[in-house]
Write a protein that binds this ligand. Structure first.
Ligand SMILES: [Zn+2]
Ligand SMILES: [Zn+2]
Length: 68
């Protein structure tokens, strides 16, 4: 993928530009689409980005203070 800072071409699996050290945008591991930084899911195919696969289950909400 291309560095947005110096336009250097970097390998897809690189997280930082080899030229200037700028953090590269996350490429989709499934389709390779570049997604804006901060995207958790690929805009193309919906695959989770960042290699973080831990799905957060809906945590049971703590009992709210009940108004008496
Ligand atoms: Zn760069
Ligand atoms: Zn994708």
């Amino acid at each position: 993928m291309r560095c947005s800072n110096c336009q250097a071409e970097n390998a897809e699996n690189k997280k930082y530009c080899g030229q200037c050290g700028t953090q590269l945008p996350e490429g989709c591991p499934n389709c390779g689409a570049e997604n804006p930084d901060g995207n958790k899911f690929c805009g193309q195919c919906g695959t989770a980005l960042g290699g973080v696969t831990d799905t957060v289950p809906e945590a049971p909400r703590p009992q709210a203070e009940q108004e008496a």
